[in-house]
Design a protein around this ligand. Structure first.
Ligand code: T3D
Length: 269
């Protein structure tokens, strides 16, 4: 955390920036409500993603939850308030901008899934670039249980991560998917004991933060675009991005480091 910028004790999203490693950790912080998402929290989460995009020293991001849950999705108590926005408005104006910001963030996001990820909480997890889960984590597309449709990108991410047949089971039945099953299905990349999650996520994010930032940003862009591309378009787009990457100082540094048999030192230039 930079000096002079302590988090408010009641902040709904904690932002902790480790200047040395270049890793920013965003922590959803309403543990008593399993980090269920309220209007201020969605605003704070979007602001946090915008902040880590602006901060040049941040090269990788961890998204996790405080307490025993990752995120239980929309705060259902807030939804019962008489002044709650219509659902379509809430999704368009508050959820979708967060998901768009995560996918457009030119820095990798590691989801450290420390507990249950339900409803829009599962969507947030799926919008991360990499997911590492605690053994006690679980995923539930709980939308159907409250008579709603999977949103915040869930219907887009899920079939791409686990295939359409498994996605239909998870989305239509809404059953909880254990961390072990999530690993088997490809919903997460790694599962570790709960007491090792923070450390393992930090190791992963620190590795990413030491990578060539422009190359990683362009790789994320290519992977995002690949879903909408056929092979011809993907080949053309890769060539275009390689042109850009090839002009960076980091590419020259990578070549020098290889020839000199030393680790590269990437600066993002
Ligand atoms: O605006 C819009 O609505 C559109 C967007 C919708 C997107 C969505 O995310 S819809 C889906 C919303 N989420 C859910 O339906 C999940 C609801 N929660 C649960 O099903 C369960 O809590 C869990 C399976 C996640 C965990 O179960 P468990 O037994 O481990 O914990 P618990 O006892 O149910 O919850 C602990 C506390 O967290 C409890 O509070 P209390 O009684 O101790 O004061 C519970 O009410 C609170 N909590 C959990 N989830 C939510 C929540 N409070 C508000 N909203 C929640 N989503």
């Amino acid at each position: 955390m930079p000096p002079g910028d302590p988090p408010a004790a009641d902040a709904t999203v904690l932002v902790d920036i480790d200047a040395e490693s270049g890793v920013a950790t965003l922590t959803l912080n309403r543990p008593d409500a399993l980090n269920a998402l309220t209007v201020p929290m969605k605003r704070d989460l979007l602001a946090a993603f915008r902040r880590v995009e602006r901060e040049r020293g941040v090269r990788a991001v961890i998204l996790t939850g405080a307490g025993r849950a990752f995120c239980a999705g929309q705060d259902l108590r807030e939804r019962l308030q008489p002044d709650a926005a219509p659902l379509g408005v809430e999704v368009r104006e508050r959820y979708n901008p967060i998901i768009r910001a995560m996918r457009a963030l030119p820095k990798p996001i590691v989801g450290a899934i420390n507990g249950v990820a339900a409803g829009a909480g599962a969507s947030l997890a799926m919008a991360c670039d990499l997911r590492i889960a605690s053994e006690t984590a679980s995923f539930a597309l709980a939308f159907g249980r409250v008579g709603l449709v999977p949103d915040s990108g869930a219907t887009w991410f899920l079939p791409r991560l686990v295939g359409s047949s498994r996605a239909a089971e998870i989305a239509l039945l809404g059953d909880s998917v254990s961390a072990a099953d999530a690993l088997r299905l490809g919903l997460v990349g790694r599962v570790v004991p709960g007491d090792q999650l923070a450390a393992e996520a930090t190791v992963l994010a620190t590795r990413l933060a030491a990578g060539a930032p422009r190359a990683l940003a362009l790789t994320k862009r290519a992977l995002n675009a690949a879903w909408a591309h056929d092979l011809d378009a993907a080949l053309d787009y890769e060539a275009h991005l390689q042109d850009l990457a090839g002009r960076t100082k980091d590419h020259a540094e990578g070549l020098s480091a290889f020839m000199e048999k030393r680790p590269p030192h990437f600066t993002g230039e």
